[in-house]
Design a protein around this ligand. Sequence first.
Ligand code: UD1
Length: 421
Amino acid sequence: MDKLLVRGGIPLQGETRASGSKNSSLPILAATLLASKPVQLDNLPHLRDVTTMLELLADLGARISVDEKLGVTVDTDSVSNLRAPYDLVRKMRASFLVLGPLLARYGRVEVSLPGGCAIGTRPVDQHLKALELMGATINIANGYVIATCQKGLEGAHVEMDVVTVGGTQNALMAATLARGTTVIENAALEPEVVELATCLRQMGADIVGEGTNTVTVNGCGQLGGCSYRVKPDRIEVGTYLIAAAATQGRICIHDACPEILVAVLAKLEEFGHQVQVSESTISLDATTTASRATNIRTEAYPGVPTDLQAQFMALNCVSHGYSRITETIFENRFMHVQELVRLGADVRLKDARTALVKGVAELRGAPVMATDLRASSSLLIGALVAEGETAINRIYHIDRGYERIEEKLGRLGADIRRVQG
Ligand code: UD1
């Protein structure tokens, strides 16, 4: 199993470019199942999760081709298998996003239940509730969700009990082919919902209100193909900015997306760092001021994303003073705490949702283990700061969500290499 070896203590310096958004790519790939013509996608990041979704689409019978510029075309007209197997859904929860599209287009689908996961139980009740309201019959047997709608889906009034990104996306996709109008209330506002709606609209869907709590979809008989370029990954951008702040470096990220990182950039300024934005570039200079400990509370968009909680904790570990980190989205999302402590951090869990951090003068390299995707990036930030060598094990978690990470960090001056074993 590969691991990353990092020699820390070098400030990140230089320029990099944001990759396409993983969390936008996955629902958009699932949405290709709705289109009766090929969908051409550019700027998909080269990541394990994207490969898993492409494998799933291929397993369902879709034809996938890659052009010389690494654009991907998905033609789902040849889909014949309507079962998403355990082996693929287990690898990646987002596989569950094929449920709505397959049901809406073919009237029947079987998708393995995602099961437990490192950051909490993560139920799918809201996904199922939305589809049931649209007329689906849902049974759960042998670990699979079996959904049918022999006469097709009907538009419905769907009020989500909790704000869920994936639930909103599944409902939105299903509604595009339902008969009549669907209104999704208490919808997630996340940019990845907005991007999905934008792409669906290019396929011919009639959607209004994405990015607000109420999304209205007028269903249509069929969707066509489109060409779509995936927008930058706000979590990747946030991770690199936080890494630059933690190492007291100075970086500039091109093809970034300042407009969807407002809360994150405001936090970085609260830590004491200079942030400058232009239309698609974000620069951060942490060379002149030491970081000030800053409380973090994760929130649904437009708040500070839970996917940056672990990275902000790593920054607080090396900031001056005390901070409190409150995780409001997921239970059990503090798996990184014990590993950061191995690097010399002073973090205490007050309860399942609250961590108290006392900034320390230095971290020291140690062997650590990645437990989930974003937890592993916080260990990487700790490793970039720590004196001496840190070995990060189980980096397949990092490879799920960060494209060419050692190459990108290497270009910013980090001493980082991947080794086997
Ligand atoms: C997506 C992101 C993930 C991010 C999360 C929150 C992708 C592929 N993943 O995950 O990186 O951390 O949004 O921004 O885009 N919930 C229920 N019932 C449901 C669905 C969710 O109770 O049916 C709860 C979850 O347990 C969690 C909260 O709602 O506590 C938010 O989860 P959700 O927004 O659905 O996360 P994902 O879409 O799985």
